[in-house]
Design a protein around this ligand. Structure first.
Ligand SMILES: [Zn+2]
Length: 1067
């Protein structure tokens, strides 16, 4: 066999990496390359919110004291009232895990000693701009040395020493022998037609599971577990917020600017869409397909030379660097979706690279040095969607998972084979032996071609992990539903929807014969349900002592779903009526969550909490902090950080026991999402928010809730997961964004992982990447599938290294940059202030364009100049400033704002971009020209319009896709054909006020419109409500607020914003 191709591709022909370390300096350092303690300083625990309670645990974990029943709650007829049982032995799961790991070792145990949470941007405190990726100061601040003094140290005190390293051995087990079975993953309920990038191994060839050399060659020597020292590197948290210090007053822009040319002003009545108003508009823009334009075009032997990778940009001016004067070119949007830039790699490397929807970088060309990165003034970071539903995913069953002996990187397409028997790690450059078993290729069924193995042909791959990757039998799927049944909750009618949806989907819950399920309801007391087989009906058990929550019958509250389906169904049918007449208004959410935690502690699992009001009883009680008079404040917004540590601490307890909490908030009143949301944020849960939910008054919201629930209940889920991100030596990660708990510098604890969660990380360049042509990033997600398999999903991204500013700019991914900045700004809003975050975002665009002007442009021209690849940057920044999360001067409910912040942090980039910059289409004249054809459906593809009222026409109908909501705006003089053929009404006045659904009319226009909307909806995991908007509609204001390019009373128009930036850039 010849491994030449791979050698060459990966630049390991023998020389390119000659200067790379042949000995991994961190070979004995289990944290992988570059993740040493020096990275900890950024995690400066500045956010201590208060002294932690002493003692081993937050909750009383001692033996229960018999307490007389306080039976204040009247059980519904037929339900026995529970008396606190005479206490038997304490339940085994009660003590916090950190105190005693107990019989059931947790996969990621070390998280029981959570480090002090810190601000992601704590070292970027003062300048209102970010120093992207500045290397953290060397030497940990003293506070880091004693994590147990952090705010969550209640866990730590009981277990001051790091968790035993061997606990996570499995994750780091050395590669033993091979034994492969390729098997296709059944097509998951996928929402997106993702196909494996590249043409490498035809997956069909893997379709038939092939077993060969079954169950053999376990090389015990190799199997010796590497002590999982990674986990003792506990570091700080990235996502907390201390009470924001009083920040500087917001910088207001917009008053001091010159009057605008017509067409930039937001007028209440849309002007006619006369072409006179936008002479710049030319349908065929030269850069409409810009992202693809600087692909390597070389073919043949040339592309085998890795040195070309970094050079290709210099010979020509790529489209990405075309100079655009933003003040002159107004019509910057491409007509369709914006594709990410293609990294400038040799074609065969690029075609095998990780798909950008899964893994992308803000800079597709990595600067050689930190100082170069600093000059560019662009943030360096990665955006991940690691558990995305994929239509095609190669799955390898193997007793040998080949990994680097030094840094534990999984073998991947970007390693190099020195010869048949040795491969060189692309992250730490250690030379590893190719295990004998790896010489056999299960795809081609041939021997001696290790470089053709699926692991080396796919940048995204999944392994079914052998037993070394397990510390205990994989946990079963466990689902616990915690339902608010107070008067307020019952009044909204949400309980019917939840129960109905569960009844309909009970057989589709991911799981196997071991799946368990349980229910808790609560108002002023906590109600458990004994669903044990053999009972004639579900038995309700009421615990009214919410000060000291206990489990009345610990063994029968979580039951096997298969065995007890009927009992569960009985309960679901009766629940909605059981509380129909309740007058109980109090809500003991905190105690209910404590109960849920106790119930799931022995196994781990998922808690789904449904809450409809501010919790006002027991631990975790909250008070309204919102001042409605401040909703439109032009100043800083208060109360973005939690009012109490309770939810965060409980979340960390949950995380330690592999329990994730998903929060469904259905409320018309302020619920303090900033506090409640912590329960999900730190336990890797999700937050769903349905403001003004009501069964009768808000049918659109009900539909949305129903659709979301169905997806939620049936989507893929991974349990007891951890995700580690490794990168080539020299690069390092310093801040994570998303919902999780950071267990060590590069390890995220994810009690649950779901296919709709996104993550971001900020990177810095710690050592110069001189002599490197490419660098790689690898995300490995180890999880337990709902079928009880331990699996590892691995994504590897390879990017070129460049040494000139122009190359860095040429590779800038403006959407990824915007997404990362949004996450950083959320952190900044909480840790510093909203105005500080706003200033930092504005300065981000100013700084990068200044750098471009002064360091890249060789010929100075008047105007505001940007490279074509960043032409949308100021627009996106302005959009962020006007986004619900960050806007000022526009009435915004505090919970709405906080929810938007949550979404910006944990949604995958594609959805974040729609939230930031919605897509506007004219839809009254849809045609099949340029339409997509997807499974015999024709999907029109109207052109994306600028977000300005000048694009609206009273004769037209316009659809605005804002991610979680879609508006269909109908012009007053809308084409009657559209009204009749699509809306089914005779005239404009007949358009119903609250129309949220299009009638299914048998007309071409109706079919086209519905096909288009349906297609938009299919592309996301949540259900966007459709609102038909007329001039008189209350929602018209929301629609108009998304007209980002227009001026409002409190915010600049795009043109004004550009002038402001130009002023700063020219300084
Ligand atoms: Zn390595």
């Amino acid at each position: 066999m010849s491994s030449t191709g791979f050698n060459s591709q990966n630049g390991a022909g023998g020389q390119p990496y000659a200067n790379g370390p042949s000995q991994n300096p961190v070979a004995l350092h289990p944290s992988g390359p570059g993740y040493n303690m020096a990275h900890q300083p950024p995690y400066n625990p500045t956010q201590v919110k208060g002294p932690m309670p002493p003692g081993p645990g937050l909750y009383n974990s001692g033996p229960y004291q018999p307490v007389p029943l306080v039976g204040s709650y009247q059980a519904p007829p037929g339900q026995p009232m529970l008396h606190r049982p005479s206490m038997g032995p304490p339940q085994p799961m009660t003590p916090p895990q950190s105190a005693s790991p107990g019989p059931g070792l947790r996969m990621p145990p070390a998280q029981a000693t959570p480090p002090p949470p810190v601000s992601a941007n704590s070292y970027y405190q003062h300048p209102p701009s970010w120093q992207y990726g500045a290397p953290p100061p060397i030497g940990a601040p003293p506070s880091m040395a004693v994590p147990q003094h952090g705010p969550v140290a209640n866990h730590v005190t009981s277990s001051p020493s790091p968790a035993p390293p061997q606990l996570s051995v499995g994750y780091n087990a050395a590669p033993p022998a091979i034994h492969n079975t390729m098997q296709p993953l059944g097509p998951p309920a996928t929402l997106q037609g993702y196909t494996q990038p590249g043409s490498a191994p035809p997956m069909n060839s893997m379709v038939a599971p092939q077993s060969y050399q079954p169950g053999h060659i376990q090389t015990p020597g190799n199997g010796a577990p590497f002590p999982n020292s990674l986990d003792h590197l506990e570091t700080g948290h990235t996502m907390t917020g201390p009470a924001p210090p009083p920040g500087p007053p917001a910088r207001h822009m917009g008053q001091s600017y010159p009057a605008l040319p017509p067409g930039y002003q937001n007028t209440s009545a849309p002007p006619n869409a006369s072409p006179m108003h936008h002479p710049m508009q030319t349908p065929s823009q030269p850069y409409s397909h810009a992202p693809q334009q600087y692909q390597q075009t070389s073919a043949g032997p040339a592309q085998l030379s890795p040195s070309l990778a970094g050079l290709s940009l210099q010979s020509q001016t790529p489209e990405a660097l075309r100079v655009v004067n933003l003040l002159q070119e107004r019509n910057l949007l491409p007509p369709g979706p914006i594709s990410p830039p293609t990294p400038c790699l040799p074609q065969d490397l690029q075609k095998i690279n990780c798909h950008p929807e899964v893994f992308r970088s803000t800079l597709t060309s990595i600067p050689q040095t930190q100082s170069l990165l600093n000059k560019a003034k662009l943030p360096l970071g990665l955006l991940l969607h690691p558990f995305k539903d994929l239509t095609q995913l190669p799955v390898v069953t193997s007793s040998t998972i080949v990994r680097c002996r030094s840094c534990r990187t999984y073998i991947n397409p970007f390693v190099s084979f020195l010869d048949q028997r040795r491969w060189k790690c692309n992250l730490c450059y250690r030379v590893n032996d190719v295990p004998e078993e790896f010489m056999y290729n299960p795809v081609s069924r041939s021997y001696g071609e290790p470089h053709k193995r699926p692991e080396v042909q796919n940048a995204t791959i999944e392994f079914i992990a052998p037993s070394e990757y397990m510390l205990r039998p994989p946990q079963p799927a466990v689902y616990l539903f915690v339902l608010d049944v107070s008067h307020n909750a019952v009044e909204t009618g949400y309980l019917d929807v939840v129960c109905q949806s569960l009844l309909e989907n009970i057989n589709s819950l991911p799981g196997d014969s071991r799946t368990k399920i349980g229910f808790i309801t609560f108002d002023s007391t906590i109600h458990f349900y004994n669903l044990q087989e053999g009972l004639s009906q579900p038995q309700m058990l009421i615990v009214s002592d919410i000060e000291d929550i206990f489990l009345p019958t610990p063994d029968s509250l979580l039951v096997n779903l298969d065995e007890c389906t009927e009992m569960v169904q009985d309960l679901l049918k009766s629940l909605p009526h059981m509380f129909g007449k309740t007058m109980e208004t109090q809500s003991a959410l905190g105690p209910a969550l404590q109960a849920a935690f106790k119930l799931l502690s022995p196994t781990g699992g998922r808690v789904s909490v449904f809450q409809t009001q501010l919790p006002n009883l027991g631990v975790g009680s909250l008070k309204s902090r919102e001042d409605p008079n401040q909703r439109a404040s032009a100043k800083d917004i208060q109360h973005l950080s939690p009012a109490t540590d309770f939810y965060k601490k409980l979340a960390l307890d949950c995380s330690g026991q592999q329990v994730a909490v998903d929060l469904f908030l259905l409320s018309s009143q302020y619920c303090d999402l900033a506090s409640l949301g912590c329960i999900s944020r730190y336990s890797a849960g999700s937050v769903y928010y349905y403001p003004s939910y009501h069964q009768q008054h808000n049918p659109a919201q009900v539909e949305c809730f129903q659709k979301d629930l169905k997806r939620y209940l049936t989507r893929k889920i991974g349990f007891e997961a951890v995700m580690r991100i490794r990168c080539t030596k020299g690069l390092s990660i310093h801040t994570f964004h998303g919902n999780f708990f950071v267990r060590s510098t590069d390890l995220l604890s994810l009690p649950n992982v779901n296919p709709d969660a996104g993550f971001a990380v900020q990177m810095s360049i710690e050592e110069n990447l001189v002599d490197m042509q490419v660098v790689s990033f690898q995300a490995a997600l180890l999880y337990t599938s709902s079928k009880g398999e331990r699996r590892i999903r691995v994504h590897t991204l390879c990017l070129p290294v460049v040494n000139s500013l122009s190359d860095i700019f040429a590779g800038a991914d403006v959407q990824a940059i915007t997404g990362l900045l949004a996450s950083m700004a959320v952190d900044r809003s909480v840790t510093a202030s909203l105005s500080d975050a706003r200033d930092a975002m504005t300065n981000a665009s100013i700084d990068s364009l200044t750098s471009y002007r002064t360091s890249v442009l060789t010929i100075q021209q008047p105007g505001l100049l940007a490279p074509a690849c960043l032409r949308l940057f100021p627009l996106y920044i302005l959009a962020l400033l006007k986004q619900k999360a960050f806007r000022t001067g526009t009435s915004t409910k505090l919970d709405d704002r906080v929810f938007a912040m949550c979404q910006l942090k944990y949604q995958p980039l594609a959805y974040v971009m729609l939230m930031i910059h919605p897509a506007l289409y004219r839809v009254d004249d849809l045609t099949d020209e340029g339409a997509l054809n997807i499974s015999e459906r024709t999907i029109p593809q109207p052109r994306v319009q600028q977000l300005s009222v000048e694009k609206l026409s009273r004769e037209g109908a316009f659809l605005m896709d804002a991610g979680s909501v879609i508006y269909l705006w109908i012009g007053r003089n809308c084409n009657p054909n559209f009204l009749t053929q699509v809306l089914g009404v005779p005239s404009y006045p007949a358009v119903p006020q609250n129309m949220t659904m299009l009638p299914e009319l048998d007309t071409a226009e109706s079919q086209r419109t519905r096909a288009f909307i349906g297609w938009l909806r299919e592309q996301r995991p949540f259900f966007p409500i459709l609102h038909v908007v007329r001039d008189e509609s209350p929602l018209k204001a929301s629609f108009m607020q998304n007209m980002i390019e227009d001026r409002t009373e409190s915010a600049l128009s795009y043109y004004e914003f550009l002038l402001h930036i130009q002023q700063q850039v020219s300084k």
